[in-house]
Design a protein. Sequence first.
Length: 146
Amino acid sequence: MFFYANFLSWLFNIVQLSNFVEKKNLFRWVLLKHIGSPGDINGIHFDLLLEDKDFCRTWRLSEIPLLDGPYVNSVCIAPHNLYWLDVEEKIVSGNRGVATRIKQGIFSQSFSTVESSYINLSLIWDKLEVDLVIDENGCRIFSKKK
């Protein structure tokens, strides 16, 4: 039943945002809450994973970005396996804590072939089309300009 509810929620997002979906290629993203990672001073951080062909480009965030809020600290980290896009909650191997999915969505831009830790793309965040920016200032979510 839980899987069915998640599927219906995912489908609702896609149907509700049909103008976004009209674009050819759709990619997935997730935001994972990671608790208990060794060396994590606050005991918690958030991993933002963006699907990119055979892996996920990944950034460690100090907190959850708020829509039109301030930048949050971000660090580009090693790519993650696509497997993490489907995980709801899992103990991380090597006694590195627990990761729990707290947000998920889609975006339609593919990444350039040039590896960069800076991005600027449109994605669906809490059922809204927004701009995600990750640059030298950190990570920020902006309302879409009308």
